[in-house]
Design a protein around this ligand. Structure first.
Ligand SMILES: Nc1ncnc2c1ncn2[C@@H]1O[C@H](COP(=O)(O)OP(=O)(O)O)[C@@H](O)[C@H]1O
Ligand SMILES: [Mg+2]
Length: 234
């Protein structure tokens, strides 16, 4: 990692849910993610994958520990500051939460552009370019609820492309898709990685994880080796 800049540094990240019956979802995560990394996060259900992704995405706050993104102390942000951090730096390509379902494809892809100093014409040019790239230009004025799972994923990725954010987070990006569409989505993520984006994806699927350059394994809230994770193939 010596030749790459550090994008994210996590030091002793803990997350405890609940007041009385406490669940310690993350038990001290130390992790460095470099600019341009392509990482698959794996682990059994309940191991803390979504919690870790949510904290990295600025959607949830750690109970304890440091989260540094470039030179930003994210663990010290809240409210508006955290919203701004998220908007400027993170794109989500999540299964269910990525899109505003009652809006059109165009409105969804336009959303991140509204926070940039762009004219309507400039926004339209970017929207059309990204929709074309994802092969869904013809769906521009369709409501997201009326799209198939694969089309929704394409829309979410088109929005991530429009946002042009450095970090892309995906929770089971192929989970709800048939094999062919899933592979197409992975090719898109591979290309985004080649363009220099940092990608962190959660997956149960070893074949999907194999697209990444680095695999991380969570077990009971701790990062472990593949052997300890008990997720070894064969
Ligand atoms: N909002 C919450 N409130 C209470 N417990 C939660 C909450 N979210 C997750 N947990 C618990 O934290 C642990 C890790 O959950 P999660 O991060 O969703 O795991 P994964 O994504 O690997 O399935 C689980 O025990 C889960 O029940
Ligand atoms: Mg999860």
């Amino acid at each position: 990692m010596a030749d790459k800049d550090v994008l994210i540094q996590l030091n002793g990240i803990r997350k405890v849910y609940g007041d009385e019956a406490k669940t310690e979802a993350l038990k001290g995560i130390n992790l460095e993610i470099a600019e341009g990394d392509y990482i698959a996060l794996r682990g059994r259900s309940g191991s803390g994958k979504s919690t870790l992704l949510n904290i990295i995405g600025g959607m949830d706050k750690p109970t304890e520990g440091e989260y540094i993104f470039r030179d930003i102390r994210v663990d010290r942000l809240s409210g508006k500051g955290l919203d701004e951090f998220r908007r400027a730096n993170i794109s989500f390509v999540f299964q269910q939460f990525a899109l505003m379902m009652q809006y059109t494809v165009e409105e969804n892809v336009e959303l991140p552009l509204l926070f940039k100093k762009l004219s309507k014409k400039e926004r339209q040019a970017i929207i059309n370019e990204k929709l074309k790239k994802m092969g869904i230009l013809r769906l521009k004025y369709k409501q997201v609820t009326k799209l198939s799972g694969g089309e929704q994923q394409r829309c979410a990725i088109a929005r991530a492309l429009a946002a042009d954010s450095p970090l892309i987070l995906a929770d089971e990006p192929t989970g709800a898709l048939d094999v062919t569409t899933g592979e197409e989505i992975m090719t898109v993520l591979d290309n985004l990685h080649k363009e220099g984006k940092t990608i962190l994806l959660v997956t149960h699927d070893a074949k999907v994880a194999a697209h990444a350059e680095r695999q991380l394994f969570l077990k009971d809230g701790r990062l472990v080796s593949e052997e300890e994770s008990e997720l070894m193939q064969n």
